[in-house]
Design a protein around this ligand. Structure first.
Ligand code: NAD
Ligand code: UD1
Length: 339
């Protein structure tokens, strides 16, 4: 029996494929390489010490997906494939709804026809919207998302919940990630953003390596300890291990819908991150204070208690390690997988 990982060549998927293989699972990837490349797959295989089969296929391609299920015995799906840039989603809502929602519907339909009804889905802290107060708990109302990307995550959560209501054979785990950073210790896989990064850590690493001149800190007048935005940064390898625990939990028996925050429970400001990164890397990160970024909130961090109690999972890696590992990846691969 195998685990199908959609989007397995991407940032979080690649780390999860390594963690799954280490845990003894047989992994099969489906990815259309829209935001990744065969070079990422080669590195995954290197870290796993064996060939990991990858089907180059779009998850909206029903026949292509069906073939994967027919050729393999798939026990569960971990579903990462999707588009994830918040700003771009405002410019291209049709593409985002088509890929994220259309892709998930096709995937679930093909799963149903092949009698595979176990799925772990990549959701996001963004589904808590603007109004819940941190620490965020799974019992708080979701919704009030502010951009098409976030709305796709919220809508997919509802779709998957409705599928379980219609057919109790399904087991659905919704994992709400906070802010994944860091990279595999080897420095062989990591985040490989296209163009100028939108997220904080890849922007910082590119400033540190000299590809970008300085960081813009978006706002220093928030109601936080130093005025800059506070987030819950989580090491991507901790996140990957959370998927293994979530999968174990589903495969142990009937679960229905379960929702878990995957975060550390600690909030760090933008300037905390700059300082920690400078210490870990020994590089200066020049920055300037810039206006607030539209759609940002002051503070967002998790209450990760439920994942600890139910899954036996908690984040183990601290901020120093996250910064060291982000820097190792960037400095060993200044141009990402192109090196
Ligand atoms: P990523 O872009 O690195 O990985 C996504 C992978 O999916 C890529 O390899 C891409 O080629 C593939 N893909 C996209 N559309 C596809 C399609 N239609 N068919 C087949 N493959 C497709 O992104 P990531 O950071 O690894 O994120 C993985 C998931 O986690 C995404 O769903 C994302 O929305 C979610 N998530 C990410 C973050 C984050 O900060 N990185 C936070 C919360 C949630
Ligand atoms: C972003 C997404 C969110 C997604 C999350 C996890 C937005 C608006 N939201 O959240 O949907 O779930 O990533 O991937 O993009 N910052 C700077 N300068 C920069 C970049 C960021 O000061 O150049 C600040 C931001 O204002 C924020 C913090 O750094 O306070 C983190 O930003 P970012 O990495 O983009 O993540 P989020 O905004 O939390």
């Amino acid at each position: 029996m195998a685990i199908l990982v959609t989007g397995g060549a991407g940032f979080i998927g690649s780390h999860t494929c390594v963690a799954l293989t280490q845990a003894g699972y047989e992994v099969i990837i489906v990815d259309n390489y829209y935001n990744s490349s065969p070079k990422s797959l080669a590195r995954i295989c290197e870290l796993c010490g064996k060939d990991i089969p990858l089907y180059e296929c779009d998850i909206r391609d029903r026949a292509g997906l069906d073939k994967i299920f027919k050729e393999n015995k798939i026990e569960a799906v971990i579903h990462f494939a999707g588009l994830k840039a918040v700003g771009e989603s405002c410019q291209k809502p049709i593409e985002y709804y088509d890929n994220n929602i259309g892709g998930t519907l096709t995937l679930c339909d093909v799963m149903r026809h092949n009698n595979c009804k176990n799925i772990v889905f990549s959701s996001s802290a963004t589904v808590y919207g603007m109004h819940n107060v941190s620490p965020l708990k799974e019992t708080m109302p979701a919704g009030g998302t502010t951009n098409p990307y976030g709305t796709t995550k919220y809508m997919i959560e509802i779709i998957l919940e409705d599928i379980v209501k219609s057919d109790s054979d399904w087991n659905v785990t919704l994992l709400r990630y906070f802010n994944p950073i860091g990279a595999h210790k080897s420095g062989r896989i990591g985040e490989n953003p296209n163009g100028i990064p939108n997220n904080l850590m890849p922007y910082i690493t590119q400033v540190a390596i000299g590809k970008l001149p300085e960081l813009s800190v978006f706002g220093d007048d928030y109601d936080t300890h130093d005025g800059t935005g506070v987030r819950d940064y989580i090491h991507v390898v901790d996140l990957a291990e959370g998927h293994v625990k979530a999968l174990n939990n589903i495969l142990e028996g009937k679960k229905g819908v379960q929702i878990f925050n995957l975060g550390t429970g600690h909030g760090y400001s933008v300037l905390d991150i700059v300082k920690a990164f400078e210490q870990a890397s020994g590089r200066k990160v020049p920055y300037k204070i810039a206006p607030r970024r539209p759609g940002d909130i002051a503070t967002c961090y998790s209450d990760p208690t439920k994942a600890k109690e139910v899954l036996g999972w908690e984040a183990k890696r601290g901020l120093e390690e996250m910064c060291e590992d982000s820097w190792r990846w960037q400095s060993m691969n200044p141009n990402g997988f192109e090196d």
